[in-house]
Design a protein around this ligand. Structure first.
Ligand code: GLV
Ligand code: MN
Ligand code: MN
Length: 390
């Protein structure tokens, strides 16, 4: 066996080609679950995988599996993977590095004459990003058993379209969602390659991060129901303005994070929509989507409670109705010490400086960790920038 050689130029070309498959004009990358661009992106990856001689399967939620099968091995496979969906106005590396990088790694290993002891499987997870249904890691969440088929069937997008509607766009309507979860031990290990999405590796000039823990994410939807009316005719004392209650809620979200007692609590009101959205009409409805995370469950849950209490108080004070929906409230993932050690030793052998890290972003690894030993490999990203076109 020769030593495997990754072809960086070839990999970069593939990353650039995939980036051009976008709902928005380049350099922006937008690929939302089962959009035309997402379907084309999936076909792009499938073509590379089949050219490499990998077998291909897609499950009922659209997770895709490209497998380097070792025919005489009964051992569970080693898996890797990430996602190719992209939030609106994203860049080209989030998720994609872990998918095309894995394919390039398999190409290099095959070319070197390497004979794996176990099958190696690349997983391209469905909708790691929450854009379509408001919930992140849809594919891995179902694989790991954290979202049941029944719960998934209740999902609706902003226009009220069901998961079934979008699954039929993906040609998956005949498959049974209940068949998606994998048993514990299905894989021997899972390792996800991803950009850091933070500034530390670049700042410290360290090429590799090994992830020890993934922060606990949660998200909420808050709907505020006020009373609309004519902007000229409804006098100020008579108003029940949904936007103003929403604005106070967004400030309370910030306050809950700032006063949680942990510097790791972060909270974002990333969606704020009002109705009817006319300059001369008092807003009657506000819909907020709130993302709250922490490395520690106790402070995350404390902040979550503070936000809920604030919604109640603010809406009572302004005499408007409200509804709170918990979209997801997830625990953190602790990565596997043996795998962390393995990656650290590989770095030492290759003479690559490395750093053990916490992932503040969530990843499909959060849910893979529920079924097999898991860790992640981070690489630097310029300026720590992610979820932006740059
Ligand atoms: C994943 O994209 C996240 O929001 O952490
Ligand atoms: Mn992302
Ligand atoms: Mn990602």
């Amino acid at each position: 066996m020769n030593s495997p050689r990754v072809d960086e130029l070839h990999l970069q070309r593939q990353i650039d080609e995939l980036a051009a498959i976008s709902e928005a004009p380049p350099p922006v990358v937008t690929r939302i679950l089962f959009s035309e661009a997402d379907l084309q992106g999936r076909a792009f990856v499938k073509k590379i995988a089949t050219e490499l001689g990998l077998s291909w399967r897609q499950d009922a939620i659209g997770n895709m599996f490209a497998r380097w099968q070792v025919s005489d091995s009964k051992l569970p496979a080693v898996a890797t993977g990430s996602h190719i969906d992209a939030i609106p106005n994203a860049g080209r590396y989030d998720g994609v590095v872990g998918v095309l990088g894995a394919l390039e790694a398999m190409r290099a290993l095959k070319e070197s004459g390497f004979q794996p002891k176990r099958s190696i499987e690349l997983i391209i997870f469905t909708a790691e990003e929450p854009t379509r249904f408001g919930i992140g890691c849809l594919g891995s969440r179902m694989l790991g058993g954290a979202l049941s088929a029944r719960q998934a069937e209740q999902l609706r997008d902003q226009e009220g379209n069901s998961l079934a509607h979008w699954r039929s766009k993906g040609g998956l309507q005949q498959q049974d969602l209940a068949s998606v979860p994998l048993k514990k031990g299905h894989y021997a290990a899972f390792i996800e390659l991803h950009i850091e999405q933070g500034p530390l590796l670049e700042k410290e000039n360290i090429p590799i991060g090994v992830v020890e823990k993934i922060a606990a994410p949660s998200s909420l939807r808050v709907e505020v129901r006020g009373i609309g009316g004519h902007a000229g005719a409804v006098l100020m004392p008579d108003r029940h303005d949904a936007l103003l209650a929403g604005a106070e809620i967004a400030l309370a979200v910030e306050h809950a994070a700032l006063t949680s007692g942990s510097p790791d609590t972060v909270a974002t009101t990333g969606v704020f929509r009002i109705e009817p959205g006319a300059v001369n009409s008092v807003p009657c409805r506000a819909r907020l989507e709130i993302d709250l995370r922490d490395t520690q469950l106790s402070t995350r849950d404390g902040a979550l409670k503070k936000i809920e209490d604030s919604v109640r108080e603010i809406c009572a004070h302004r005499d408007v109705g409200f509804r709170i929906e918990h979209v997801n409230v997830d625990a953190p993932a602790i990565c596997d010490p043996q795998l962390i050690d393995l990656v650290s030793r590989a770095c030492a052998e290759l003479g690559l400086p490395m750093k053990k890290m916490i992932s503040r972003a969530y990843h499909d690894s959060l849910f893979m960790a529920q079924i097999c030993p898991t860790t992640m490999i981070f690489i630097p990203c310029r300026g720590g920038v992610s979820h932006r076109r740059e």
